[in-house]
Design a protein around this ligand. Structure first.
Ligand code: NAP
Length: 504
């Protein structure tokens, strides 16, 4: 079955340019009053409408249990969704047109009779692309899929989109996937990791496969190590109950960090067809070296933040939150040394780290190249940090390449400088938020930037033994002060190989 054609309005290999309007669609947004809908999904659809990509007769219907008239839901959108659109990006005419496309239906997804309202809503357009976006608690995913199926809402042009967390481990992920498969074909299922919608993540493929410069060097002969960091300044306030059941390994490593690693490490796909790309991604996930329990304890660090301070004031520790048990061992920080069993990556460590309440909010990828084998020139730093590619995803998307040049003067003395490219300076236009691209891809039926079932399950297969080793360990997570770069042991993890974490 062709993953781009059987689910709707695209044909064959996806149109990489994607600049035109999509065909009229019905977008059923379950959890349409929730945080994700108001902060990201509805603003993303508004932006795409302003760019002329949403035909005016498309319909977006927000669904939740609360009773709201159409007028009341408009007011909620005015006060919540609109506050996530900056003044400079706000256009009254566009906004009013967008509001005309948005509707509200009061539906309790656990009550089958309530689906009648959705049937009545879409019944006049059976052949349209129909998106069921599940922006609710994962515990409702199966019920919604069953509900739309039993109500006869699932058509050949339907797609279902769902967010992480896709399970807590391999077993629960398989259960979710089995349930989805009862009602939708794999080509109708859009599993979202919103990092894959980020401009710089997609640019990684452009950088690697659109230039001859990097690809010959992109291997163990020339790369010493790779570091991927997703650092947050926020703590868990308000989400403590959810977070304490989850932890950094499940919340960030299983999805975002592994997806970044995969994009960096994958082989060039034969085409830009979604399955050509995803076939290469799954090979990397399956090549991740499985560690024994002893190796896991030796190659990973988990931490938990203690009270600390930022420039704007003190913050409480993880265990100081009212909704966290005093004896919680949940990690708010994880660092892992991973290896990939392949000719290309043999012997290259991939250091992954993520944490809450760290010094800065940063997502970046560092590729450290090896030293020149023999240099007749002198440098102030003795080539201690050789060529280095710094790819920053947050807060501002940029790429920096560190090279040695001759410093001005009469001696042949080398000095590192940065070839520095800030995408804001280059493109000088509003940067799309990740969801804009992903939502349009769902409507178009392009699966390239969504996780296939086997990817999600292979990621859990690698994560589960780490989770189990940590759970069985008598050692609590290492403490670190809020506002620092994490536990000292994480520096030890990397320094024993003569390396340091890149911290600007
Ligand atoms: P949320 O703010 O708690 O919203 C949940 C939504 O579901 C509300 O609209 C709620 O409205 C509705 N709902 C709950 N029970 C329902 C029922 N029985 N029938 C119909 N509607 C029901 O959740 P969220 O933060 O937006 O998260 C949504 C999903 O995205 C979750 O899976 C989450 O893990 C994932 N996610 C969220 C974020 C984020 O930044 N928020 C980031 C990544 C992933 P009523 O109570 O009125 O029914």
């Amino acid at each position: 079955m062709n993953p781009t054609t059987d689910a709707g309005n695209t044909a064959g290999t996806p149109d990489a340019r994607k600049t035109g309007p999509v065909s009229p669609f019905d977008f059923i947004l379950f959890g349409g009053t929730g945080d994700l809908s108001m902060r990201k999904l509805l603003p993303a659809l508004y932006f795409r409408h302003c760019e002329g990509q949403l035909p005016q007769d498309s319909r977006i219907v927000a669904v939740a249990r609360a009773e709201h008239s159409a007028e009341e839901f408009r007011e909620i959108m005015e006060s919540e969704a609109r506050s996530h659109i900056s003044e400079s990006d706000f256009h009254q005419v566009c906004w009013d047109q967008f509001l005309d496309m948005v509707h509200y239906r009061q539906v309790d997804v656990t009550e089958q009779a309530d689906y009648r309202q959705l049937v009545d809503f879409v019944i006049d357009e059976p052949s349209r692309v129909r998106v069921f976006y599940l922006s609710t608690a994962p515990s409702l995913f199966n019920r919604i899929c069953q509900g739309v199926h039993e109500a006869g809402l699932v058509t050949p042009g339907s797609r279902v989109a769902l967010e992480k967390p896709l399970g807590r481990d391999l077993e629960t992920a398989q259960e979710i996937n089995d349930q989805l498969a009862k009602y939708f074909s794999e080509s109708q299922i859009f599993r979202i990791d919103h990092y894959l919608g980020k401009e710089t993540v997609q640019n990684l493929l452009a950088l690697r496969f659109g230039n001859v410069l990097f690809e010959p060097l992109w291997r163990s002969e020339h790369i010493s190590d790779v570091q991927i960091t997703i650092a947050e300044k926020l703590g868990v306030e308000g989400r403590g109950k959810f977070y304490d059941q989850t932890g950094a390994l499940r919340d960030m490593v299983q999805n975002h960090l592994l997806q970044l690693l995969v994009i960096l490490a994958m082989e060039p796909p034969a085409t830009n067809h979604p399955d050509a790309v995803r076939d290469e991604k799954i090979k990397v996930l399956r090549s991740l070296r499985q560690m024994t329990k002893t190796e896991i304890l030796d190659n990973t660090v988990r931490g938990q933040y203690k009270a600390g301070a930022y420039a704007d004031g003190a913050v409480p520790g993880y265990l100081d939150n009212d909704d966290i048990p005093d004896d919680s061992h949940t990690e708010t920080y994880a660092a892992i040394r991973a290896e990939i069993n392949s000719w290309r990556w043999s012997g290259v460590p991939f250091f992954l780290r993520t944490g809450k309440r760290l010094e800065d909010k940063i997502t970046e990828i560092i590729i450290n190249f090896k030293k020149v084998p023999h240099s007749v020139y002198e440098t102030a730093d003795g080539f201690s940090t050789p060529n280095q590619l710094v790819i920053r995803l947050q807060p501002q998307e940029s790429i920096k390449f560190r090279v040695y040049v001759k410093a001005w003067g009469d001696d042949m003395h080398l000095q590192p400088v940065h070839l520095d490219m800030d995408f804001n300076d280059v493109f000088k236009k509003r940067q799309m938020i990740a969801y804009e691209r992903l939502l349009m891809d769902i409507i178009r039926g392009d699966l390239t930037w969504f996780m296939r079932r086997d990817e999600v399950e292979a990621a859990w297969e690698w994560i589960d033994p780490i989770r189990n080793a940590w759970d069985q360990s008598s050692q609590p997570p290492k403490g670190y002060t809020a506002g620092s770069w994490g536990p000292a042991a994480a520096s030890g993890l990397i320094s024993r190989e003569g390396l340091t974490w890149y911290e600007e």
